[in-house]
Design a protein around this ligand. Sequence first.
Ligand code: WTA
Length: 654
Amino acid sequence: MVVERSASIEALLEERRRFPVPEEFGKRANVRDPGIYKRAARNPEAFWARVAQELHWFKKWDRVLEWNPPFAKWFLGGKLNVSYNCLDRHLDTPRKNKAAIIWEGEPGDDRVLTYQDLHREVCRFANALKSLGVKKGDRVTIYLPMIPELPIAMLACARIGAPHSVVFGGFSAESLRDRINDSQAKILITSDGGYRRGTIVPLKRSADEAVQGAPSVEKVVVVRRVGDKSGATMQEGRDLWWHELVQGQPLTCPPEEMDSEDMLYILYTSGTTGKPKGVVHTTAGYLVGTYATTRWVFDLKEEDTYWCTADIGWVTGHSYIVYGPLASGAASIMYEGAPDFPDRDRFWAIIEKYRVNVFYTAPTAIRTFMRWGEEYPKRHDLSSLRLLGTVGEPINPEAWVWYWKHIGGERCPVVDTWWQTETGMILISPLPGLTTLKPGSATFPLPGIEADVVDEQGNSVPLGGGGYLVITRPWPAMLRTIYGDPDRYVKQYWSRYPNLYFTGDGAKRDEEGYFWLLGRVDDVIKVSAHRLSTMEIESALVDHSAVAESAVIGKADEVKGEAIVAFVTLKNGVNQSPELINELKQHVVRKIGAIARPEQIIFTAELPKTRSGKIMRRLLRDVAEGRALGDTTTLADPAVVQALKDKYGEEGEA
Ligand code: WTA
């Protein structure tokens, strides 16, 4: 059953504080009518259709939903274009010259693109892609830092109907290569480099390495972000500079009329196996879902400046930096760098500089800010803020209240938004003008969304109880499949319980029906809100010649949420040493990326396994977190665990 893992989760469930909607906020909120929940529940299809009508369609849909569990189709027969909805739709309105993207580079350079500017740049790049032979349906991989060319490239792909696959710039060459090969992308878009804490990240070098093993790639388009000091080299005939490629391209590009169910993008995410899976999102449902939730949850007003601090390489950036905000005509900040460069007040300086009104970040960032201390936010005027949000992992009440008090000045509602790469859109979240908040609870499923907490057998658990979080009705932005692997889609999400979407999260509902998310119940871990798979890290470790076997767990961590701990057995004749520990950590960084670097590596002669040979990660977590050992009766050799525990104190490396 769901394991309540850490002290912070215990604290979460004992939380009793309540934060009603501030009166002024409630009066002006986009969603003020509590009847919205009932209306949506009574007729979800009519409800979503009403939202969809606010968007632009070349041809209206014939049918809102076709549900052949577990395959859903939304807005069947409709024709539309996502880039048209994010750009052209605003150009005949006063939004034409409104800032769409307000970009700040880490070194302090900045760039503002109005809707008209963004439209032009997207069209030019869309034409450039066409000139390279990219056609509707061709996949394009994008491996860029947080610079304006990233959303421009995504929207250009959407404009011509080429699904994009954005790979987070922190992933290694090898991770990039695997993702390119899985999607068989024809084009790779990258940059010479990027900035991170003042140093240069050599993206082009990783891209070169990746492409060596990725024969599908015909051309590499390179944005010049850093210049000569990047050390990037160009390969004649294969590599093209972005700025040269767009020269002379027409300023407009007719949008491809896409079918509602045509693929918009693939985004790779970690699952319960060693290999990341390509989550597929399609056109209409995804757009409707992200558009609606942006307006409801972030309460965006025409005059607001909105900032989501995620990297666009993750789903949060796809849905709530690019598609949702632009479809809503929002003015949105995009920041390239780290929160502590040049100093630990960078985020607060940005909020003051641009008078940010709505701010969306991850609990792990908030806990880091707490640790750094209040002096940093105090240096800045944060009075423009009116709404705060969090995403990516459970937020402990202490961090929630700190955020509310020290960032929100005790006047801004905090929306804790639960969702996943697979859900595409926020599913569980307060409506800031309606919901009384409880710190640590994502509160309720949004209107039109139906969720439940079930036990092992799939029976609904009465209020007050805990179990597995499931979604009981299809929603517009749901993933449609796993790219190239429909069986895995069915198996992963729809096989545990018939017709219920299995989220992989544990949850409890309190007596008032509030949802409290308790973290993953599978082998997925969230490290500083980044999603990783324990199996993926294990595969990276056993790839090293010294390693015989490994087991990776997420250990509760006050700041990161979870920290990566790897138990490793070495091959015969290999000696343990601090150098080897460093080498193994480096090996994981090379294989996956710096985000997967294990915090601890613990050598052990054996790993605890069940009689059927399965590694008992729960026990390893108990060992790593210093808890009394749980039930070991199914263990093949219970002595293994005790030996590990005895040893851990001496050899566990901090
Ligand atoms: C976790 C991120 C608690 C959860 C958008 C989920 C959360 C996983 C919350 C998906 C939240 C996300 N409270 N847990 N508000 N938001 N999670 O795909 O475990 O990177 O299954 O999507 O993050 O991670 P992903």
